[in-house]
Design a protein around this ligand. Sequence first.
Ligand code: F3S
Length: 284
Amino acid sequence: MKELKVAKSAGFCFGVSRSVKMAEEMLEEESSCYSFGELIHNADVVNYLEQKGLRVTNSPEKLGKNDAVIIRSHGITKALCDCLAASGAKIVDATCPRVKHIHNIVVDASERNRQPVIIGAADHPEVQAICGWCRNPIVAGNAEELQSLILSGSIDADQPITMVIQTTQTKEKLLRCEEVLHNLCKDAEIHETICGATSTRQNEARELSQTCGAMIVIGARHSANSRHLNEICRQNCEKVQFIENASQLDLSALKDVDTIGLTAGASVPAWIIQEVIIAIQTSD
Ligand code: F3S
């Protein structure tokens, strides 16, 4: 009998769970419901909400006073918030409070004439939204990029800098960026804005992947936190399956493995995790 070790933190984080709950409540109370962009990075959950009546829109100008619109946990720019407010639609703001905290930091940095520097993926909605709350934001993907931006003069090392980091990035990246700023800049204010839910998942994934013969990581490929879990597991374990749901599980690759570890990104609902667990347990 194989041993299956499931990470305690696997699945929905506080912010995602809150946004799904807020969407369900909105669907009960309002007749015309939209989400601004897909509510979470999970096709199964998006389909489930769509069946209940939640439509996805990217066009605030098409909304009116009879509509209700939910802002997802990644948040949106200030300009888009203003645009939604101008449409007259009822706004349900499900921006995760931890993301909202970053918006407040960069707003404050702009007001104090500090250069906002955001560490993260420039094309990720969370990072794009953060950029929309401050003046002249600069995004760096990692410490090497940050260093070259400073050495090339794109970031003025003499200017006061306020650094924040995308909630789903790794602690290692944060520490390396912190070191670069301390070495090269005169006045760098560093905010450790990685979400606790993310670091807990990453630590558990690291521990499990160091002791298990195979790892199953459930999550969407376009979900930053799931991709990071996959990367961490691959650093420690040779047999890693990065899947979206039970239908993608390769049971034959688990045949000779005694201990299997399982983790799941923050957008994965409990029912998908349960299906994967059952598929593994019944394959013995
Ligand atoms: Fe919020 Fe952290 Fe989740 S920032 S959306 S609780 S991963």
